[in-house]
Design a protein around this ligand. Structure first.
Ligand SMILES: Cc1cc2nc3c(=O)[nH]c(=O)nc-3n(C[C@H](O)[C@H](O)[C@H](O)COP(=O)(O)OP(=O)(O)OC[C@H]3O[C@@H](n4cnc5c(N)ncnc54)[C@H](O)[C@@H]3O)c2cc1C
Length: 288
């Protein structure tokens, strides 16, 4: 059932400080409204519980893509369209660009933000696997100051995060992958576009001139209450050269390590098979 519009308030703070002032009581009365692409779905369905929102979409402090020697930092309001257009992201962070290209349609990509995707904390969201594979960090700001949190520690359970009620997500920092890093990501849904993921994979591996694997990160989304890394399967691969036996050993370890969920979108059995196949595809591409 559709919500009753006059029951809601939406105001526009002048700057970040005023926005943080609205959150400062920590009671969660006021909530941020970024692109609104998740919030408006809830509103249309009559399931938007909070009544008071402030728009952060115009806050310059939360915009921009900045390059530094070891990292690239994105404002939380960076839209998918901006991710896709960014030269540095296309060159060094192709998995994030691919996730952006496969998120909704063009209207959603023009309005939906990376910060909103992270804060909304859906386990089926498409950016988190890439962000985790890149070892991202997120900055949380409040009137009390700012803190950086490793993205691996940000999601604590289904739709649960370490972000406090008085905090806004302000920036996302991506360490630049090494020259030897190879990247592969894939979203599997019911159809090729405009579908919620059944399994979403991002893999990053450093490969030296002899084909030996160094750092390996394997990340799956849409298979558990939060996005997950697979440290045991990564350990099987680290220090090895890819051949048929290693691919089989990694697939076997993954089948023991990953325990996908059954839900309305898919079954645990299907998800595990797809997850193994995606790992196999990634590793096959690493053979020298
Ligand atoms: C048709 C359609 C298709 C979609 N397809 C996909 C898809 O393929 N893949 C996918 O992952 N998602 C998809 N989405 C979901 C949505 O577009 C994304 O999650 C988007 O990134 C949300 O960003 P937003 O700025 O619109 O967030 P909003 O809707 O404005 O906010 C979402 C939540 O995050 C909070 N929030 C937002 N910004 C901040 C911040 N800076 N700090 C703290 N809290 C904040 C809000 O309070 C709210 O709780 C789709 C949505 C629609 C309607």
């Amino acid at each position: 059932m559709r919500a009753y519009l006059p029951a809601y308030q939406l105001i526009v703070p002048r700057d970040l400080d005023e926005a943080l002032g609205l959150l400062a009581d920590g009671q969660g009365e006021w909530r941020p409204f970024a692109g609104g692409t998740d919030l408006m779905v809830l509103f249309e369905a009559g399931r938007l519980a909070h009544r008071k929102f402030f728009s952060i979409f115009g806050l310059k402090e939360l915009r921009g893509i900045e390059e530094a020697d070891g990292s690239v930092t994105l404002g939380a309001l960076t839209t998918y369209a901006e991710v896709r257009r960014s030269e540095v992201l296309r060159r060094e962070f192709p998995m994030l660009c691919q996730a952006a290209a496969e998120t909704g349609g063009l209207a959603i990509q023009n309005r939906g933000t990376l910060g909103g995707n992270i804060a909304n904390a859906s386990p089926a969201a498409d950016s988190p696997p890439a962000l985790l594979a890149y070892d991202a960090e997120v900055e949380l700001v409040s009137r009390g100051g700012a803190r950086w949190v490793a993205y691996k520690d940000f999601h604590t359970g289904y739709k649960q995060t370490v972000m406090r009620a008085d905090e806004l997500l302000s920036r996302i920092r991506l360490p630049r992958p090494s020259q030897s890093a190879r990247q592969f990501s894939r979203k599997v849904g019911t159809r090729r576009a405009q579908a919620i993921s059944k399994v979403c994979f991002a893999g990053l591996a450093e490969v030296d001139d002899e084909g030996m694997l160094g750092e390996v990160r394997l990340v799956y989304g849409s298979v558990a209450p939060t996005v997950v890394r697979c440290p045991r399967t990564e350990a099987v691969l680290r220090g090895q050269t890819v051949d048929d036996a290693l691919v089989a050993a990694a697939r076997a370890e993954l089948s023991r390590e990953l325990a996908p969920i059954d839900d309305v979108r898919s079954t645990a059995r299907y998800r595990l098979r797809v997850a193994e196949n995606l790992l196999g595809e990634f590793l096959s591409g690493l053979r020298s």
